[in-house]
Design a protein. Structure first.
Length: 464
């Protein structure tokens, strides 16, 4: 007898309703997202994606220099990760029983810890912000102290605990009271020493390279901060949610500085393979043993979906691909090439002030020009809203050159490049050629770019 049970046809659903994507978001989700995309002309309809590229319905390709905010470290739909997920689904494992020990979490923890041999144990959650939340809790419990230090302009997540160590006021406004935490300037050892002297600091959380603005911690800061923290019986927490897994040309960004061994380490994003959300908090044995000090405390910190088989399989596949395809070395080599070619343009364009970063995490900063004509236009934009010029560069990169990038933070004249780690010289050529064309247009003092700038000014004034 024929099975008459109703089924679910995903392909048919997308075919019938896919064109409603922007209307559905406007009605049922964050209504400001489609509004923003329409304003910028970013309201594209991408049909498919692979590696470092998207394609629209007309078959036009778009180069992805954003990687889903760093999630797509291996690019989209890597065949090895796809196959691992097919395999784990086909295995029909007895997953998430909560009262057994499946092999995949232990195997992934073992592989991760091999890249940080001074760390001993792993907690698996579902995102970067969860990884940070775990680190904050573990640091406070293990040290018996309440306060966490963080750096100005840091970004560690948007849940309440991680928001407490977020250095961007725009994210924090309206969500007080938060945890008793204190900001210090990135690299300021005197400020760190002063706060530690109060005796209530559990630890310092720091991005070795800040995502906002792409600012690296000064040479020697992490090592000296680590020594200061340990003398005051506090811990160093390295947030490598975006910088980890090869992004900066080493497996972890803290490894650029000799002698740095964080007590707690947060990773996520690229570990997912772009498929299954996952976050991991790596830590020293003594910290975990204090948190999980008895059988009564076995579930004192846990996550319902943590260590699920699909996420663990994706993570294991990602690490295998990184080793087989030498992804870290490619990020270092390609990143150096891209940064060098962009830095060579600084003397050519007065609006271009600096190119910085490591590996495939690059910041392009714009600043006030010297010539009168450009300076008056720059001043117009700055008066309306800081950051509009960088947005003026991002938009034509997409609209005219089909390259997706991002401004590196609100009110910043910085573009951040965090492409998939699998790009090579062809993608570097394409980006540099397009960026040069956009800067040529900007410095001509006329054309569509400055017309769009005036539109952004009107929009910024209207939003006040």
């Amino acid at each position: 007898m024929k099975d008459e049970r109703p089924g679910f046809d995903l392909a048919r659903l997308l075919e019938e309703r896919g064109t409603e994507r922007y209307e559905l978001h406007t009605r049922h989700l964050n209504h400001q997202l489609p509004r923003m995309l329409h304003t910028l002309g970013f309201d594209k309809v991408y049909e498919r994606a692979e590696g470092a590229y998207f394609w629209d319905a007309e078959g036009n390709d778009y180069l992805d220099m954003l990687a889903g905010f760093g999630v797509m470290g291996l690019g989209r739909h890597h065949p090895v990760v796809r196959q691992a997920l097919h395999d784990v689904l086909d295995a029909s494992l007895a997953d998430l029983t909560r009262f057994d020990c499946q092999p995949l979490p232990g195997l992934l923890a073992e592989r991760l810890l091999a890249h940080s041999p001074h760390l001993d144990r792993v907690f698996f959650g579902n995102s970067g912000t969860e990884a940070v939340e775990a680190a904050l809790k573990f640091a406070r419990y293990a040290t018996g102290k309440p306060r966490i230090l963080y750096c100005d302009h840091a970004f560690h997540g948007l849940t309440t605990g991680s928001l407490s160590v977020n250095g961007e006021r725009g994210f924090r406004d309206g969500f007080a009271p938060l945890l008793p935490d204190t900001a210090i300037p990135l690299g300021d050892l005197d400020a760190l020493r002063r706060e530690l002297g109060r005796g209530d600091v559990a630890g310092l959380i720091v991005e070795p390279i800040q995502g906002k603005g792409v600012h690296a911690s000064p040479p020697g800061f992490l090592r000296e901060a680590q020594d200061l923290l340990h003398r005051h019986k506090a811990v160093l927490i390295a947030d490598e949610v975006q910088t980890g897994l090869g992004r900066t040309g080493d497996f972890y960004a803290y490894q650029h500085e000799e002698g740095v061994e964080p007590d707690l380490l947060c990773v996520a994003k690229a570990l997912s393979g772009g498929y299954v959300p996952v976050g991991a908090t790596l830590g020293k044995d003594w910290i975990f043993k204090r948190v999980y000090s008895s059988m009564d405390r076995v579930l004192v910190h846990s996550a319902s979906f943590g260590s699920n088989a699909q996420a663990m399989a994706a993570g294991l596949a990602v690490l295998a691909v990184m080793e087989q395809e030498e992804t870290v070395a490619n990020a270092r080599r390609t990143g150096d090439l891209l940064r060098e070619r962009l830095a060579a343009l600084v003397g050519r364009y007065e609006l271009l002030h600096e190119v910085r970063g490591r590996g495939l995490m690059i910041g392009i900063e714009f600043g006030r020009p010297s010539s009168l004509g450009l300076r008056s236009r720059w001043t117009m934009l700055q008066a309306a809203r800081k950051g509009l010029f960088a947005q003026m560069v991002v938009v034509p990169l997409l609209q005219r050159h089909r390259i997706l990038t991002q401004v590196s933070g609100d009110h910043l004249e910085v573009i951040k490049l965090i492409p998939p780690l699998v790009i090579g010289e062809p993608e570097v050529d394409r980006f540099v050629t397009a960026f040069t064309a956009v800067m040529d247009d900007a410095h001509s003092g006329s054309g569509l770019m400055w017309d769009f700038g005036r539109t952004l000014v009107k929009q910024a004034v209207a939003n006040r």
